[in-house]
Design a protein around this ligand. Structure first.
Ligand code: TRP
Length: 336
């Protein structure tokens, strides 16, 4: 599979789980990329609430998390006039295709998924859904004749499985599904934990001090950046292997200001000013997002999601018709 350029006007699909707070790593690594891919492509973005259920969840948390994730996507610039934004469970075809995908991926393949191994190691109750998670993800992607799936490197294995599922399906049943060709990882910045810069910034970080939430106040952002670990040698240089903390600050400042972090390093001889500028740049990047987020009413988010689901369903229904026919499911209402 290649990472690379996007073909002319491609169908783009990606999904994000509604659990946990959106942080800087999500935003700079993935969501900003979603926003720019809206230009010149047919982008479809999905809040994958069914995926969240693979781990036991409080129903209220799922509901508010879903609305708030959609609100966040709108706040960062997903534009419902230029792309489709919807909730996975609103388009029932995801479930239907997921079942068929479970019949073309094998027990062995699913057993080899590293995300399943990690999550099941950490869980007491390992649901069948957690095991089948990648089949649902394959369905998400294949339901829209997707060409391009912008995801981080941690999803590479799932995307490869989706490709294999499509290829196997087409081999069994004839050419039916579009095999997604692209996997984009390079475009987004890789943002690391501020306290443990050898780890990716993540929702499950050990210390919240290492993770900047998109809804953190300017004061909190300043404090977290100020306390970010650096090192003792005092030199500002972009060198992620030797100087992970300092390099992470340069990456963040670079991503926030659209500048090459290596070039930025030459502007600084001390950590203090680098931290100050990084915090300032972040605050001016995030503040407008927060304002949009806070001004979006639930009803408006829900209405946008309804309209998005209608548009998504139109595509999904036609692909599902093709799929049912290929598999040999007898059509309904075909009697005289
Ligand atoms: N598994 C993805 C993640 O955790 C979320 C996801 C679900 C997804 N379905 C998708 C991503 C389809 C891309 C395409 O990040």
């Amino acid at each position: 599979m290649t990472s690379g350029s996007v073909p002319e006007r491609a169908r783009v699909f990606s999904g994000i789980q509604p659990t946990g707070e959106t942080h800087l790593g999500n935003y700079l690594g993935a969501l900003r990329n979603w926003v720019s891919l809206q230009d010149g492509n047919d982008a479809v973005y999905c809040v994958v609430d069914l995926h969240a259920l693979t781990i036991p969840q409080d129903p209220g948390v799922v509901a508010t998390g879903t609305i708030n994730m959609a609100r966040m996507l709108l706040a960062v610039g997903v534009d419902p006039d230029r792309s489709i934004l919807f909730v996975q469970s609103h388009v029932r075809e995801h479930n239907e295709l997921a079942w068929l995908m479970q019949t073309v991926v094998s027990f062995g393949e699913l057993s080899r998924m590293t995300q399943f191994k990690d999550k099941s190691d950490r869980s007491q109750f390992i649901s069948a859904g957690l095991f089948a998670y990648p089949a649902l993800q394959a369905a998400d992607i294949l339901l829209y004749d997707t060409a391009v799936v912008p995801v981080g490197d941690d999803q590479r294995q799932h995307l490869e499985l989706a490709r294999d599922a499509a290829i196997r399906f087409n081999f069994r049943y004839g050419d039916t599904l579009v095999v997604p060709a692209h996997h984009i990882t390079k475009a987004g910045a890789r943002i690391m934990d501020l306290q443990h810069p050898e780890n990716k910034m993540s929702k499950s970080a050990e210390s919240i001090q290492g993770t900047i939430g998109i809804l953190d106040s300017p004061k909190e952002i300043e404090k977290k950046i100020k306390r970010a670990v650096t090192d003792n040698d005092g030199e500002v240089r972009f060198d992620p292997a030797e100087k992970p903390g300092v390099s992470n600050l340069l990456s963040i400042l670079g991503a926030a200001t659209d500048t090459d972090p290596k070039a930025l390093a030459h502007d600084y001889s001390q950590y203090g000013p680098l931290k100050k500028d990084t915090a300032e740049a972040l605050i001016s990047l995030i503040e407008p997002v927060q304002t949009r987020y806070n001004n979006l009413a639930d009803e408006d988010v829900l209405e946008t999601l309804d309209q998005g689901a209608d548009k998504a369903r139109e595509i999904a229904e036609s692909v599902m018709e093709r799929v049912r026919d290929a598999v040999g499911l007898v059509p309904q209402n075909a009697g005289g």
